[in-house]
Design a protein around this ligand. Sequence first.
Ligand code: URA
Length: 249
Amino acid sequence: MMERLQKVLAKAGIASRRKAEELIIEGKVTVNGQVVSALGTKVDVSKDKIRVEGRPVRQAEERVYLLLNKPAGYVSTLNDPQGRPKVTDLLKGVGQRVFPVGRLDYATEGLLLLSNDGDFAYRLTHPKHGVEKVYLALVSGIPDKNKIQALRRGVQLEDGVTAPAGVRVLARMEGEALLEIRLHEGRNRQVRRMCESIGHPVLKLQRTALGRLTLRGVPLGSYRPLTGQEVRELLEKSRVNSQERKKRG
Ligand code: URA
């Protein structure tokens, strides 16, 4: 894509648009080895070699934030030793390299964020930050009141007791129950391990929400970009949660 040189410099974080214009007029900018001092010269960042005072200008990669409705049968890691299908195989036409923000198991369906913004990923997956995640779990058998209460209060897992969780029984069926589980933690295989610990293993698992984000309008196997407002809200929420946690000690 052809863009004005001063805009390219500004986007790369070299200087403000006005300062970038000054650098160009002062003859400090070269394109493919030639000084370009005319404002408005158009360049193609994917092909042209741009330097400011001899230093190469690297284009800041555009930030991408996607919400994917992950089907079962995909891994949410980028390298799978077993060579199984990857969630990134589902992203057609996304120019940037994105990576999953957090994980869903191979067999788990539902809401998974992907981004190329490492800071965003760090903040959202940090155990301290805990944006609420909502899961629907179909479990084997029908857990009684005491077991549901145990899930809510916290159960002992290999890696420690789980934090308080929201748990509701949405449906009781023949030999199976549908639970809604709300977590602020995000340990590996946490929902499966919690349900196993009360003797009701998970048969099917779906993540339906993360903070205020839901799967509405995103069919299984499809994705949509987050809006700027959604990204800001998630970052804000993760910051607030970590502050509350600090206050509570
Ligand atoms: N908990 C699980 O057990 N699996 C997931 O994929 C997500 C949460």
